[in-house]
Write a protein that binds this ligand. Structure first.
Ligand SMILES: Nc1ncnc2c1ncn2[C@@H]1O[C@H](COP(=O)(O)OP(=O)(O)O)[C@@H](O)[C@H]1O
Ligand SMILES: CC(=O)N[C@@H](CCC(=O)OP(=O)(O)O)C(=O)O
Ligand SMILES: Cc1ncc(COP(=O)(O)O)c(C=O)c1O
Length: 644
């Protein structure tokens, strides 16, 4: 694939472009690069408005645009500046084609704030296919930053913003802002490299001001997985020689590393976290999000809860790790808290949900002397060989066979199927009280009752996987406590350590003699730092008042969501238990998720059609209201955009 470079040519330098600007473009083009130009023209527009005695003012670096101003903006940008630039490029033998963002709906726009800014637009979509077609024919598109909406209303778009949006849409490998200075200047010298953090500091210190602010903001917004860096260079002096660019390079430090040495096992969001506290996550661009992911049901007390932080810090000052050859008081204390708040009697500590389930499955086979394990379709139990074999989703185990023998996946909530499969060969039945990853699907009370009854009848062990549903998530210490059942084994992880990795398998007293010394173990299991975090976490979450509030907030949230989303055909069902909530939609939600993030709320999926909401349990009612508002507004926006 050819490398594409998007070059934004600033109004400040248009009349002052040095021959080196054009020879640099020639060199890039001749080396086989695709070149796209987006131009500004602020000073020219200003001059014309003055000549016509039309008043205009800048609000946050953007020109307030009345109908009258808009006419002048379009006339200058698309009518004059664009054509002049195209003509100049052609003089240098470069095949430039002038287009405005209106042509072929290249820049689809929406108003930023009609009242405050008039017809100033933000880019909601770019016709990247059209740009790609021009590039395939080796043309150099020269784009004026005018956009339109579906009704044909035109908008004045800041040229830096337009260039950033185009670069992102066509997955350009390089974005250059050509302006009248040789980069970001500090004390007269060019800052060669600037990270997002450094830029924030320079704005706060008053080093970056005026027209440089929208430029650096557009640069930061454009950084993505395909665009690791953006440059600010001068149009008055050579900026490109022997494949080398001169100016300021802006990069998201971590973004640069994203393509580095990690196996790409995750479909990561383009959000790089800088800090997190309570219910708020802040990214490296300074954007704040209300976090309804909670590290996937992990940070149940919000981020960096002070009591947990204090407990961890204190333990850090005592000792970090000694091994399970020693007596560790904190393990005893956390185990006490777990058994006091469940029907279990003994605890085995490990480091993750999968390991907790692995321990449960090993215990079940060893205790019963049987092999067969029944689990359910759409379940998720982990990614080790045993837990992958237990998981009822093909996408998890496909390609890893042969799996462990004698794992059977039955339809969820199907009593008949269970009755048919149960026998004296079954070692265990393992079930999630609410299937989390599989789509936020609660188990029926009668179904759970039947599992308990049949396990007793056939001497099989009843395992509940509470990795996601446990630790207060549903308003009880463990979700099975909503029902009149007593499992033999409960597994826990995720929320147990508030973000410090820890898992636990809790079993009934009669299982004690099966897990004796040397039968099972883990180097890190029950690590003192993890235990300190777990103790502080459970001491708060297992308080009856705290759990009561979780239940109330869960009921409130579910009711508010059901009420607010009932008008949308897209939404099929809103369901959940406590603060584990799913919104099932009639179609894939892949597009909706980033749009909700963009509007400041972090949510995740559970399967292709379900939006999963996992607010921290400390969430306030106002924050729940805010989340409902954002979700509703985003569905509306996406629906409107799709109708265009
Ligand atoms: N730290 C900085 N380094 C360089 N230029 C800066 C800085 N802070 C503010 N500026 C101003 O930003 C201007 C470039 O922005 P602008 O005039 O909007 O250019 P353009 O028309 O190319 O978009 C520079 O001419 C300079 O006056
Ligand atoms: C909304 C807004 O402010 N639009 C700009 C468009 C031109 C532009 O951005 O030109 P520069 O590159 O010279 O800054 C304006 O009216 O001036
Ligand atoms: C119900 C359930 N079980 C097990 C696991 C696996 O936990 P871990 O990723 O900590 O191994 C998960 C993780 O999402 C889960 O939701």
């Amino acid at each position: 694939m050819e490398k594409t470079v998007v070059i934004k040519c600033g109004g400040s330098v248009l009349s002052d472009l040095s021959p080196s600007f054009f020879t640099s473009l020639q060199a890039m083009y001749e080396q086989g690069m695709n070149v796209v130009l987006v131009h500004g023209g602020g000073p020219e527009i200003g001059k014309m408005l003055e000549r016509l005695h039309v008043h205009s003012e800048f609000v946050n670096g953007l020109r307030k645009t009345t109908k009258e101003v808009l006419e002048v903006v379009e006339m200058i940008l698309a009518g004059k500046v664009n054509k002049q630039l195209v003509a100049l490029l052609q003089q240098y033998g470069l095949p430039a084609v002038g287009v405005s963002g209106v042509d072929a709906c290249l820049l689809q726009a929406a108003p930023i704030d009609l009242e405050k800014l008039g017809y100033v637009g933000k880019v909601v979509n770019v016709n990247g296919v059209f740009v790609d077609k021009l590039l395939q024919s080796r043309y150099i598109p020269v784009i004026s930053p005018i956009g339109t909406d579906k009704d044909g209303q035109k908008y004045n778009i800041n040229a830096d913003t337009a260039a950033g949006a185009v670069a992102k849409a066509i997955k350009a490998a390089q974005l250059l802002f050509v302006t009248d200075v040789p980069g970001i200047l500090r004390d007269g010298a060019v800052v060669e490299q600037a990270t997002i953090d450094a830029i924030e500091r320079m704005i706060n210190e008053g080093v970056i001001t005026g027209g440089m602010i929208p430029k650096v903001k557009a640069a930061i917004a454009a950084l993505s997985e395909s665009l690791h860096e953006v440059m600010i260079v001068s149009g008055k002096a050579p900026f490109y020689e022997n494949g080398q660019l001169y100016g300021t390079t802006i990069r998201n430090e971590v973004g640069g590393l994203l393509m580095g040495a990690l196996f790409p096992t995750y479909n990561r969001w383009n959000i790089c976290v800088k800090s997190a506290e309570g219910t708020t996550v802040t990214d490296t661009n300074g954007k704040q999000y209300l976090d309804f992911v909670s590290g996937i049901a992990v940070c149940n007390l919000g981020h960096r809860h002070p009591a947990v932080q204090k407990a961890i810090e204190e333990q850090l000052n005592r000792f970090w790790h000694v091994s399970n050859l020693f007596t560790i008081e904190l393990q005893e204390e956390v185990a006490e808290l777990l058994v006091a708040n469940s029907c279990g009697d003994y605890v085995f500590f490990c480091n993750s949900g999968a390991e907790a389930n692995e321990a449960a499955l090993k215990l079940a086979r060893k205790h019963t002397g049987r092999h067969k394990v029944i689990t359910f379709r759409q379940s998720f139990h982990g990614r080790t060989f045993a837990t992958m074999s237990a998981t009822g989703q093909e996408k998890v185990y496909k390609g890893f066979g042969p799996l462990l023998p004698e794992f059977v996946h039955l339809p969820f909530n199907d009593i008949k199927a269970l009755e048919n499969e149960m026998s004296e060969d079954v070692a265990a039945v393992m079930v999630e009280i609410v299937q989390g990853e599989g789509g936020v699907r609660p188990a029926d009370a009668a179904f759970l009752q039947k599992i308990a009854e049949l396990c007793k009848q056939y001497g099989a062990l009843f395992i509940v996987d509470e990795v996601q549903t446990g630790i207060g998530r549903t308003g009880k210490p463990f979700a099975y406590q909503h029902f009149a059942i007593e499992p033999d084994i409960i597994t826990s992880a995720k929320g147990l350590g508030s973000g410090i990795p820890v898992g636990a398998m809790i079993g009934k007293a009669f299982l004690k003699d099966t897990f004796t010394a040397g039968v099972h173990g883990s180097t890190f299991g029950g690590n003192p730092i993890a235990m300190a975090a777990a103790k502080a976490t459970l001491q708060i979450i297992f308080q009856p008042d705290f759990l009561q509030e979780v239940q109330e907030k869960g009921d409130y949230f579910l009711a508010r969501l059901q009420e607010a989303l009932s008008e949308f055909k897209l939404v099929k069902e809103v369901r959940g238990l406590g603060l584990l909530v799913g919104i099932e939609c009639g179609e894939d939600v892949a597009k909706l998720i980033p749009a909700i993030h963009e509007n400041g709320l972090l949510v995740l999926t559970a399967g292709p059609n379900v939006i999963r909401l996992l607010p921290p349990l400390i969430v306030s009612k106002e924050e729940l209201d805010q989340a409902v508002k954002v979700i509703k507004q985003t569905i509306q926006e996406v629906k409107t955009a799709a109708a265009k």
